[in-house]
Write a protein that binds this ligand. Structure first.
Ligand SMILES: *Cc1c(COP(=O)(O)O)cnc(C)c1O
Length: 397
């Protein structure tokens, strides 16, 4: 990856390539980032091709470009192309992995305080269905998953360690690689929800040591909505049973037999939105073009700046936890409802979002929080935009 930092000219170029930068001040990159022109073009080009030649015929013509998306995704995550499945969103990616684990009664699932709501609902469902025990590993004094507590919690009944890398409601980065070492020693599967980290941090599956990783296209990767991807480490492929199969995931080889594909695509379905898939590929290539190390440094520094300046405003409390922080900043404004802050900022052309209890209940309840305002920066945001946001929040506080 490039060691060069973002220069003012680079930021100007990134903004010039992002039509949305001309119309909004976008601090909702953890919700859906603004797509660059390259993504919009790749997507619409294929839609036009479908309109002109037919959907199947367009897919045939674009076959090499579609295949190249797997190479791009593999390069992004540091794995091989046959370890990638392209799916509709991060939730489906995660579901295909998690519900593919052949649970037995008495198995344990270990998770963290920062866990995402959809994942936890799935834990509750398999707990009901299979008699699986779900244990939440406490945080350490910094608010990240306690590596010591995790090590102490592990035993031979732990079937999977399933945690969130970066939560939806804050700047925390969980120590994913330390968790990976413990999972490997314990022989437990390791499923990482990297939905908020891929695209803003330099995420490498081999470095982290996860077996399974899910992420989405529309957030920090800047891809189209309705895209997601799943990494399945080759060595664990046959330890999972895909919860659903179709004639793409498997082949109907005889009247009473089928054979699953030998790669991670056994977690896909035949039908796909190829315009969106190609858009995702363009988004990944775009991120790789800048360099993920470079993106990580800029996003982290800009968020640090925002956090520091928000913290100086009387009545504003920054709510981010952790040792290592990323591009997401959450805060509360004393005496002002989060929705009112959000809508008031929206009237000024500034996008933020609100994160509520049900998205990350363990953490929010633990801290007595009902809602937080989330401002998530990307590399195309500027110091001037940070100032604009800080000024607008100050006026509301
Ligand atoms: C957004 C999010 C998801 C879900 O991603 P989708 O693409 O909407 O399915 C999962 N986990 C975390 C931590 C998220 O922030």
């Amino acid at each position: 990856m490039s060691e060069r930092e973002f220069s003012p000219e680079d930021v100007a170029r990134a903004r010039a390539d992002t039509p949305g930068c001309a119309t909004v001040t976008h601090f909702n990159n953890a919700g859906a980032a603004l797509m660059p022109r390259q993504v919009i073009e790749a997507t619409t080009r294929h839609l036009h091709l479908e309109a002109q030649t037919g959907g199947y015929e367009a897919a045939d013509r674009a076959a090499a470009s579609i295949e190249a998306v797997y190479d791009s995704a593999a390069r992004l995550l540091g794995c091989d192309r046959d370890e990638i499945a392209l799916v509709d969103n991060a939730t489906r990616a995660w579901d295909m992995a998690f519900y593919g684990i052949p649970f037995r009664p008495g198995d344990r699932v270990l998770t963290s305080m920062a866990e995402y709501g959809s994942n936890f609902i799935a834990y509750l469902q398999v707990a009901e269905r299979y008699g699986v025990q779900v244990d939440v590993v406490p945080n350490d004094e910094h608010g990240q998953i306690s590596v010591d507590a995790l090590r102490a919690a592990v035993d031979e009944r732990v079937r999977v360690i399933s945690i969130t890398h970066v939560p939806t409601n804050g700047g925390l980065v969980n120590p994913a690689a330390e968790v990976g070492k413990i999972a490997r020693e314990a022989g437990a599967l390791y499923l990482l929800d990297a939905c908020q980290s891929v695209g803003q941090l330099d995420v490498d599956v081999r470095e982290i040591g996860c077996d399974l990783l899910s992420t989405t296209g529309r957030k920090y990767l800047r891809g189209p909505r309705g895209t997601g991807l799943l990494y399945v480490r080759r060595e664990v492929l046959d330890r999972l049973v895909p919860p659903v199969l179709d004639l793409h995931a498997a082949t109907w080889t005889a009247r009473d037999r089928y054979e699953m594909r030998p790669d991670a695509r056994r977690f896909e379905t035949w039908e796909a939105n190829y315009a969106a898939v190609l858009g995702l590929g363009a988004a990944i290539d775009h991120a790789l073009g800048w360099g993920l190390g470079r993106i990580q440094r800029r996003v982290t520094a800009l968020a640090e700046q925002l956090r520091g300046r928000l913290a100086e405003i009387p009545g504003v409390r920054v709510r981010d936890l952790g040792v290592r922080l990323c591009g997401i900043t959450t805060f509360t404004v004393h005496g002002a409802e989060a929705d009112r802050v959000k809508s008031s900022l929206a009237e000024q052309g500034i996008n933020v979002s609100v994160s509520r209890t049900a998205s990350t209940r363990l953490d929010m309840d633990d801290r007595g929080l009902g809602e937080v305002i989330r401002a998530s920066v990307h590399y195309y945001n500027t110091e001037e935009e940070v100032t604009e946001l800080v000024r607008a929040v100050r006026a509301l506080a």
